[in-house]
Design a protein around this ligand. Structure first.
Ligand code: GUN
Length: 272
């Protein structure tokens, strides 16, 4: 839809970023850059690591009430002194571009219209685009985070396409992880451990989606670090029927899904 032709102002995504450490500022900058690329408006609010919870809650309230803003995100993780759940629950579910609010998570679980978490939504789009068969397949999700593992396990178990999988959600307390991953037709690796998945842990012909975003030292890089996934790509890829790379895989889909959510939020709020 050509919004500008219809004289509808472009969707506006805001981001709240706390601290400068770790890869969060790179991720947020990529999201803002993506907004520019598709012609969305964007704004970024940066706070120091020692910002108080109240200051963040006040900003969330302000963004909730600002009619110019269609959706916003609070980049995670937040420093330990901030109650993450309190911040997420303060976000207006209609502007929750990340789909982290319990209302959106609950609606998603019930297969009702909702803003679906960006990374799981991106993974579903990826399965759809490559026409990966999912019905009746055994999908093993490694990691039970609220951002990825939990929502993606719900989405893949839903009665729909992609979905209708038999889902196993494995995590840090799971016994015999390799014995479980070996049974996976579809393996979603989201545990945050570089190259955790080795070739002897996967079934011949498996589909693997690598959600890992691990920074590992690399003296050859200007930053001294490079991004790598949870899967030992070089050794595992020859066994797979499909595998997503890191970088250049799920990360790009997360951003695309975030933009879709922003558009969805704008349409629902402004009724166009
Ligand atoms: N941290 C890691 N992934 C994400 C994400 O998708 N959204 C937010 N807000 N923080 C994250």
């Amino acid at each position: 839809m050509q919004l500008t032709k219809k004289e509808i102002r472009a969707p506006h995504l805001s981001a709240i970023l706390v601290g400068e450490l770790g890869p969060s500022s790179t991720y947020v900058n990529n999201k803002i850059k993506a907004c520019h690329e598709v012609g969305f408006a964007s704004s970024l609010y940066k706070y120091p690591e020692n910002v108080s919870e109240q200051v963040l809650l006040d900003k969330v309230k302000e963004l909730n009430e600002n009619d110019d803003i269609d959706g916003f995100i609070v980049q995670l993780p937040l420093p330990a002194h901030i109650n993450v759940e309190k911040i997420i629950e303060a976000i207006d579910p209609a502007k929750d571009a990340d789909g982290f609010h319990p209302i959106n998570l609950g609606k998603m679980a019930k297969n009702l219209p909702a803003l679906v978490s960006a990374t799981p939504k991106g993974i579903m789009e990826m399965l759809k685009y490559y026409q990966i068969e999912t019905a009746g397949k055994h999908c093993v999700v490694l990691g039970r985070s609220q951002i990825v593992g939990l929502p993606v396990s719900i989405l893949l178990g839903r009665k729909s396409y992609p979905g209708d999988c038999t889902v196993t959600l494995a995590h840090s307390k799971t016994k015999n992880i390799a014995g479980i991953t070996q049974q996976a037709d579809i393996l979603i690796a989201a545990i945050g451990s570089p190259h955790f998945i080795k070739e002897d842990m996967v079934k011949e012909g498996a589909v693997i989606i690598d959600v890992g975003t691990n920074s590992i030292p690399d003296p050859g890089k200007k930053s001294g670090y490079r991004l790598t996934g949870d899967v030992d790509f070089e050794r595992v890829a020859p066994k797979c029927s499909a595998i997503s790379p890191v970088p250049g895989g799920v990360g790009l889909m997360t951003i695309a899904a975030l933009l879709q959510n922003t558009m969805q939020a704008a349409k629902e709020r402004r009724k166009f």
